[in-house]
Design a binder for this molecule. Structure first.
Ligand code: PEP
Length: 248
């Protein structure tokens, strides 16, 4: 990880854009977004769309791809799941881990997230560890404690320098509410402190996620400690995501 990774733009498509829609998206995005000398652009389509993404992005190594989740085991009787090794074989270079929707809907707690991050690293896939507090936790003054717990659980087990981090306040995801640049800067400072407390690489990118859109990208990227963004809803349209990636 180095300065070349910044600004870092990541698109989380969640359960949107199947293979045909993915091909069409990439065709249009390539026109809108020429390769840049620095920074990264990484897409997280549904797993079934990874192959279509790679075909459509041929000749554009700057458009990288990852998966949104993997199983915590290397292989086994886990109907419906894919492993980190399979993700790597399918060409995924990156993976999300600990996204708040996984934590809430699928019970991905700190232990499970740690196991998934470990499997990903073993498979040579680079995890983006997502952390963030709920509104209730924030209002109860628990921001610091929650981030320290979520990050500490993983970094007690793996090398902090291997990861990219995403601070995503749960109350800002898909809600239209965005953290203010000051809130983001404060939380990123806590994430940075935890990375360093675990001997992590000082330049590891920390992304902000939560209702990022073309209208707020400039102010968020200008916030101290914000190295990039993880974008959900506003990454589903090529024009909108290209406008975001043009910033910074
Ligand atoms: C996300 O899913 O990581 C996210 C930040 O979503 P949205 O941009 O829609 O809030």
């Amino acid at each position: 990880m180095s300065e070349i990774d910044k600004p870092f733009f990541a698109a989380n498509w969640k359960m949107h854009l199947g293979p045909a829609e993915t091909s069409e998206f990439v065709r249009r995005f390539r026109e809108l977004h020429p390769p840049r000398e620095r920074g990264r652009v990484v897409f997280f389509p549904p797993t079934l769309s990874v192959a279509a993404f790679r075909t459509a992005a041929e000749g554009r190594p700057d458009l990288e791809v990852g998966v949104q989740d993997v199983h915590q085991d290397a292989a086994g009787a886990h109907t419906g799941s894919v492993s980190a090794v399979m993700a790597a074989q399918a060409g995924a270079v990156w993976a999300l881990a600990g996204h708040s929707e996984r934590r809430r809907e699928f019970g991905d707690g700190d232990g499970l997230v740690t196991a998934k991050v470990s499997r990903l690293l073993e498979a040579g896939v680079r995890p983006i560890l997502c952390v963030g507090e709920t509104l209730e936790e924030r209002e109860n003054g628990r921001l610091d404690e929650v981030l320290a717990r979520q990050i500490g659980a993983v970094l007690d087990a793996v090398d902090a320098a291997e990861l990219v981090y995403a601070y995503e306040p749960v109350w800002a995801i898909g809600t239209g509410r965005t953290a203010s640049p000051d809130d983001a800067a404060n939380a990123h400072g806590i994430v940075r402190r935890e990375i360093e407390a675990h001997g992590g690489f000082a330049a590891a990118p920390i992304l902000y996620g939560g209702s990022v859109k073309p209208a707020n990208i400039e102010e968020l990227l200008a916030a101290p400690g914000v190295d990039g963004v993880l974008v959900g809803g506003a990454s589903l349209e090529p024009d909108s995501f290209a406008a975001i990636c043009a910033a910074g």
